[in-house]
Design a protein around this ligand. Structure first.
Ligand code: BDP
Length: 618
């Protein structure tokens, strides 16, 4: 899917602003046809993009999971409307959106965190006149969606043990279930014959293939420009949707030199240009070989974090300044990478990663999946949505050099349900893995396991690179870091011996209340977080097959209420408002001088120390 772009042939209108929202807790809207006229009754103003949970005060939306109707109005200049196709492009609606324009149903999309487009052309008001847009967003999940919901009918949720586990709002995962129109909403105008998709593949030798999807392909021209805007290659094909080109004197993309080329694709009818689109790409190679992983032929070590996409007030809503701040802090601390735990992030993050030189493990929202049967056929409704989520993610992010891996699942069976460690789940993940490979065989696939089945976890069979999340010394054997190190060490050795695949510790961390201190090992203090993280690093960094350490988490984040959380999951190295806990300074010293990180795999190094001077005036 193409990012909205404005040029000689295309226009983009931003619908961000204050919209109307009307919650529908009794599920009346569809029946009462709220889409037919202006919303009335309990209607509030809300900023879009943004989650509905933290913006409002007394409307009861803080913990609301359900339907809410969103409304706005817009006009399109007549000159544009009269000659173009007009699309609504929604960056993400968490988790289902149903859309009406001027009372007419124009489409729906199931699955949060992903952009989708709907053709509005035939439902628009007369040229230049006001349009009434209604989007019903439903944040409810089910056992078949990604992410998955808890299953209220399962006997395990009615047991005594579950009473202790119960989260409010109830989720299967440890992050807040925000709802809403969380990312940009745009009107995009394209010509009637238009380019709908571009896929770019390249080799270190400078072979570049550009594949184009369009309404009709008569003739396609591709020009490649270097970062200075000089044309370095071009080619034209007729009746074929693929152009193969050669770029001489290739300048590779890497974190230290995130060099981007641009492919300008023109759709032609004879000599007449019908549509045009510029797609940025980088030339780089990521390869797994003999238990090691390489970027552009150099051995890779990833320093960084599992993150969350959430901030105070906007919730999971788009926050461009926050995206810059997070990348800046990661650069400051010496991180070269992060994982989009536990769902795809805003495409703005991938675009920034390309430009700022970060390596991203891109994860679908298959978080703590639970299986309700050991018969693969019965798991098909979930499988279908899992595949769709992977397909949409790859379709959106395939051309980003920053994206180095697809993570197809995080910690299946977190809740230790009955049906997991068996043939059906093994076949399930094998099918997901094979499917992902058919869509993209240029990036390694990661599966991430939790501790229950250790090296025998079935999910580890279906991946190219292994991610393991471990909390020895925290959830198990609390405080005993020596024992934790032993457990971790044993398990890493056993896992590598069994699979021979590169392994990364994708999560390890300790909840930490900023300002809490102790001279002896004491959970929740800043000193314990430091001791915990550095004990893990000692084990991790000693092993050649371990290719990375991602601390859990970059920043504290909101999660459902439970007695084991004080409002937030406090495992952040930074607080929720992005202030450093003391481990941040130690990590910064360590990572910025850590010899296993190849110099070309580092984004620009921080320049000054702690006392950052103000920029000087003339
Ligand atoms: C892991 C999960 C992550 C949690 C983390 C924790 O992958 O989502 O937030 O543990 O407990 O199980 O902090």
């Amino acid at each position: 899917m193409l990012y909205p772009q404005q040029n000689k042939f295309r226009s983009v209108f931003d619908l961000s602003g204050y919209w109307n929202i009307k919650p529908d807790p009794k599920n009346q809207g569809a029946q009462e046809k709220w889409f037919n006229s202006k919303l009335t009754g309990d209607v509030y103003s809300i900023a879009i993009p943004g989650s509905w949970n933290e913006q409002l005060e007394e409307q009861g939306l803080k913990n609301y999971v359900g339907k809410a109707w969103h409304e706005t109005f817009f006009k399109i200049p007549a000159v544009i409307q009269d000659t173009n196709k007009i699309w609504l492009r929604i960056g993400a609606a968490d988790h289902k959106a149903t859309v009406w324009l001027n009372g007419e149903f124009v489409g729906e999309h199931v699955g949060g965190y992903m952009p989708f487009e709907l053709d509005l052309t035939n439902s628009l008001a007369k040229s230049g006149e006001e349009n009434h847009l209604i989007i019903c967003v439903d944040s409810e999940l089910s056992m078949h969606t990604l992410p998955q919901d808890v299953d209220p009918n399962s006997p395990m949720y009615n047991t005594k043990a579950y009473e202790r586990r119960h989260l409010f709002p109830a989720t299967r995962f440890d992050f807040f279930p925000y709802g809403g129109l969380t990312r940009s909403v745009n009107i995009v105008a394209t010509p009637n014959d238009y380019i709908s998709n571009i896929t770019i593949n390249s080799s270190l030798e400078g072979d570049v293939s550009v594949e184009i999807d369009a309404t009709s392909i008569d003739k396609v021209r591709v020009q490649i420009f270097d970062a200075e805007g000089q044309e370095v290659s071009n080619g034209t094909t007729e009746q074929v949707n693929k152009v193969n080109l050669k770029v001489a004197n290739v300048q590779l993309w890497s974190p230290s030199d995130p060099y981007l080329y641009e492919a300008r694709v023109s759709l032609l009818d004879g000599d007449q240009v019908l549509d045009m689109y510029d797609e940025a790409f980088g030339i780089r190679e990521i390869k797994v070989e003999g238990g090691e992983i390489f970027l552009n032929g150099e051995k890779l070590f990833l320093s960084g974090f599992g993150k969350h996409e959430e901030y105070p007030v906007v919730g999971r809503g788009q926050f461009r300044a926050g995206y810059i701040k997070d990348h800046e802090l990661m650069r400051w601390i010496g991180a070269n990478s992060y994982r989009t735990s536990h769902y795809p992030y805003d495409e703005e993050m991938m675009r920034l990663g390309d430009r700022l030189g970060f390596l991203i493990i891109n994860e679908v929202a298959a978080v703590s999946l639970g299986f309700w049967s050991d018969n693969l056929n019965e798991l098909q409704p979930l499988m279908k949505n899992h595949k769709k989520a992977i397909q949409e993610l790859i379709n959106r992010d395939k051309n980003h050099p920053s994206v180095i891996s697809w993570s197809i699942t995080n910690e299946p069976n977190l809740w230790a349900e009955e049906f997991y460690q068996n043939k059906a789940s093994s076949l399930y993940f094998k099918e997901i893995y094979d499917f992902t490979k058919t869509l993209d065989d240029t990036r390694p696939i990661m599966s991430i396991s939790m501790a229950a089945y250790k090296e025998d976890d079935v999910v580890l069979e279906s991946c190219d690179i292994i991610g393991i999340n471990r909390y020895y010394g925290w959830y198990t054997k609390p405080v005993d870091l020596e024992e934790a190190a032993k457990d971790l060490n044993r398990e890493l050795e056993a896992t590598f011996n069994k699979y021979g695949k590169p392994i990364m510790i994708t999560e390890f961390g300790a909840d930490t209340v900023e300002g809490l201190h102790a001279t002896t090992a004491q959970m929740f203090t800043e000193e314990f977080q430091t001791a915990f993280i550095f004990k893990y690093l000692e084990v991790i960094e000693d092993k050649d097959y371990v290719f990375g350490a991602h601390v859990w988490n970059f920043a504290d984040f909101l999660t459902p209420q439970h007695f084991r959380r004080v409002v937030l999951n406090k495992k952040g190295v930074f607080t929720r408002d992005r202030l450093p806990k003391s481990v941040a300074f130690k990590l910064r010293d360590h990572w910025n001088s850590f010899s296993k990180i190849n110099e070309s795999h580092r984004p620009e190094k921080p320049k000054t120390g702690f006392l950052i001077p103000n920029i000087e005036k003339e």
